[in-house]
Design a protein around this ligand. Structure first.
Ligand code: GAL
Length: 418
């Protein structure tokens, strides 16, 4: 992607235009995102409303498809056509790549006016800064390694939410024997990879996750531990219902909500669905981290402002950036979305127990060195390497491939992808 984007843009002139947007411009912004599920749509609507309330003209550009791969393809095509949207939902290393190509505007003006350095954790700053400058505005922190469970369904087999993978399997076997779907799952590659990375963390531990999925250590990738990971994934293939292929993630969440299945493994955007349906944590559903020592798999959504011409568009980008990291919006958006605020000084009063747990666990993980970027959600990896992990995880999940074969294919695929 680098050379393609580099060939297309010249940063300096437009960046200058960005900061100097005349105040009388009418803010306008086309916003490219992939938030179309119940909770997601409510959250992005809050941004649209905040923007309109400040006189902004919002041009909505949603691209359906959880995980964002479809949206990324649209973005590349738009940039190729020389018509980038003003604001784009984007994450992790992709931000660095677009910035390196000179495609992104410098948000330093808004960032210093709102003291982003003072309210954002270093982990998040590192994701949205390029060469020391803010090139994207973070909107949240999503935790990936969650189990969402229906307590009533689990009670049917006398079980609580499992805290080890052995307990997970034992409970799932009981549920199966009782004719209950143990694991609600959507058969899409990014969802298979989401489950896969929580199993890597749980079976291998924090150091193993870091070695294998972050550092791409070949010994770790080709190890017996990785064989055990695929063994666990094979078991979990037996815990999903026959209709799982192609199912959207939020429909799997709805199965747990309706008591048609006991559990789902998914990031806390799932909580946005429970919240949108008025469900109460601890009563209608339970949130618990997937079995692991004490890891925390971080995902964080941001908006990058692509270089565009026109005072109204530049004013729109300024206003969006200011709104997104305002304390009021940080609370409103994240209550709808199921995530926690990116900024650390938002009052906790309105947030539920799941959010408080995520906030506390993130702080202790950061302090304890067990905070890890999600591979499946483009924080630890992106592009071809992420693609290789997803391809093997989903090929194994949807076939009778042996764990040993999966490991050999994974090592080969990661070598090729680098
Ligand atoms: C993630 C994104 C989340 C959530 C999820 C499902 O990649 O970061 O905000 O929307 O996909 O679409």
């Amino acid at each position: 992607m680098k050379s393609f984007a580099k060939a297309l843009v010249s940063a300096a002139a437009i960046t200058a235009a960005f900061n100097a947007a005349p105040l009388q411009a009418d803010p306008k912004a086309e916003v490219l995102h992939y938030w179309t599920s119940g909770g997601e749509a409510k959250a992005v609507k809050a941004l649209q409303e905040a923007f309109s309330a400040r006189g902004g003209e919002w041009v909505d550009a949603p691209v359906a498809g959880g995980g964002g791969d479809a949206q990324a393809a649209v973005l590349r095509a738009r940039v190729l056509a020389g018509d980038p949207p003003a604001a784009v939902q984007i994450k992790g290393p992709n931000i660095q790549e677009w910035a390196e190509a000179g495609a992104l505007a410098d948000l330093s003006g808004v960032a210093s006016a709102q003291n982003w350095d003072g309210v954002l954790p270093e982990t998040i700053q590192n994701i949205v800064k390029y060469e020391g400058k803010y090139v994207a505005v973070p909107v949240n922190v999503h935790r990936v390694d969650w189990i969402w469970a229906n307590p009533e369904v689990l009670a049917k087999v006398g079980a609580g939410v499992p805290t080890t993978w052995d307990e997970f399997n034992a409970t799932a076997d009981k549920l199966l024997a009782a004719g209950i779907i143990p694991l609600a799952h959507g058969g899409q590659p990014w969802q298979d990879a989401t489950v896969f990375e929580t199993v890597v963390l749980g079976i291998g531990g924090v150091d193993f996750y870091r070695k294998a999925l972050v550092d791409l250590d070949m010994d770790a990738l080709g190890s017996d531990t990785m064989v055990s990971v695929f063994d666990q994934m094979r078991k979990m293939r037996g815990y999903v219902d026959p209709d799982f292929p192609g199912r959207d993630w939020n429909l799997a969440t709805a199965m747990v909500m309706r008591g048609e299945a006991a559990m789902q493994i998914m990031g806390d955007w799932a909580k946005g669905e429970f919240a949108a349906a008025g469900k109460v944590p601890g009563k209608d559903y339970i949130c618990a981290s997937t079995p692991s020592e004490n890891g925390y798999l971080l995902n964080s959504d941001s908006f990058a402002m692509f270089n565009v011409k026109g005072d109204d568009l530049v004013a729109g980008q300024n206003l969006l950036a200011e709104l997104i990291l305002g304390t009021e919006f940080q609370e409103t958006f994240n209550l709808f979305k199921g995530s926690i605020p990116a900024r650390t000084d938002v009052p906790r009063t309105e947030f539920d127990d799941c959010a408080i747990k995520s906030m506390d666990d993130m702080v202790s993980a950061a302090e304890g060195g067990t905070l890890l970027g999600s591979m499946a959600h483009e924080i630890a990896q992106a592009g071809a390497v992420r693609g290789a992990f997803i391809d093997i995880a989903t090929a194994h999940f949807n076939s009778d491939m042996s764990s040993q074969d999966a490991v050999e294919k994974l090592v080969k695929a990661i070598k090729l992808a680098q």
